[in-house]
Design a protein around this ligand. Structure first.
Ligand SMILES: [Mn+2]
Length: 311
């Protein structure tokens, strides 16, 4: 069975967005939610271990959202993970593993490091976003692109291409966006809700980190350190690594964030043709795209006389 048939045959479906949700995982899960509930008339829940961030409230996904406390995986007969590069990104890997062989899992994603963990995998690393994959699926199936679905899908394409400025941008992603805008979606509303809504305080925090930006001349790596003193909820630095790709002389952008007392998140970006940061991230047990990838490290960032160290 293909994916659309599988969805049509299911009775109750769970969609999963990844931890620290972004516009693509929420947009793709959101578009699926609206389609399944409004057009297939089936019950659907959208799960994410984190709450839906304030700047994505305009997608109207609260009606589908199910929180970790209320989640009962066994009440579903189909699970779809969207934009989750591996099972850990769902935030509920262990519970999901217990459903293997019992509840089918569909994996829809565009990360090149995706290990194809689903029973059915729709993974295409040449696509700008998971939203573009869902767009293509819907287009093939002639579904009705209503305002909600179109807004969700355009949000994912715009955010994952950094508004058509990064390497994920293709003529196909622009063509899909053009179609979605023709359904009456305002790209301006998305841009203003998601990106041009930064608080002055946020920019000042960015400024503090920018001031301490480190540049390794030999390897041409620009490193930003966000340590616990910068006291952040991770949303504040959303988009920060992408922003740093404007640095002309850097081959690689590395952002190290102390997200827990003993846990560091590393985000890497590159705009250089011959560099694949997903391969570097994979060496540290992470993954992602060739131009944007990340991994986690156990330890603590510590400032010493000779620079930052991980202890
Ligand atoms: Mn994505």
């Amino acid at each position: 069975m293909n994916i659309m048939e599988t969805i049509k045959h299911a009775n109750k479906i769970l969609l999963i967005s990844h931890i620290n949700p972004d516009g693509d995982t929420l947009g793709s899960s959101g578009a699926m939610s609206f389609f399944i509930e409004k057009q297939l008339d089936k019950p659907v829940d959208l799960f994410c271990v984190n709450q839906i961030p304030q700047n994505f409230k305009f997608l109207n996904l609260e009606q589908f959202y199910i929180s970790p406390e209320r989640l009962d995986l066994n009440s579903y007969d189909l699970i779809i993970a969207l934009d989750c590069a591996d099972m850990r990104r769902t935030g509920i890997e262990e519970q999901l593993l217990q459903t293997r062989g019992k509840i089918p899992l569909i994996n829809i994603d565009h990360h090149q490091t995706n290990p194809m963990y689903g029973d059915l995998n729709i993974v295409n690393a040449d696509t700008s976003s998971t939203c573009e994959i869902v767009f293509n699926l819907f287009k093939k199936s002639n579904i009705d692109f209503d305002k909600n679905i179109s807004t969700c899908l355009l949000t994912g394409i715009l955010t994952d291409t950094s508004y058509f400025t990064n390497a994920a941008t293709t003529s196909l992603s622009i063509k899909a966006s053009s179609f979605l805008m023709n359904q009456g979606v305002s790209s301006k509303e998305i841009l203003e809700s998601v990106w041009k809504n930064q608080k002055l305080e946020t920019l000042k925090l960015w400024g503090q980190v920018l001031e301490k930006l480190h540049f390794n001349k030999k390897h041409k790596i620009a490193t930003a350190i966000i340590n616990s003193q910068d006291k952040v909820d991770s949303n504040i630095f959303e988009g920060f690594a992408n922003f740093l790709t404007v640095i002309y002389e850097a081959n690689i952008i590395l952002v190290l964030t102390q997200i827990e007392e003993k846990l560091i998140k590393a985000s890497m970006r590159t705009t250089k043709e011959n560099i694949d940061v997903a391969k570097i991230a994979a060496q540290f047990g992470g993954g992602g795209h060739s131009k944007a990838a990340g991994f986690s490290l156990d330890g603590q960032l510590q400032e010493t006389a000779t620079g930052w160290k991980i202890v």
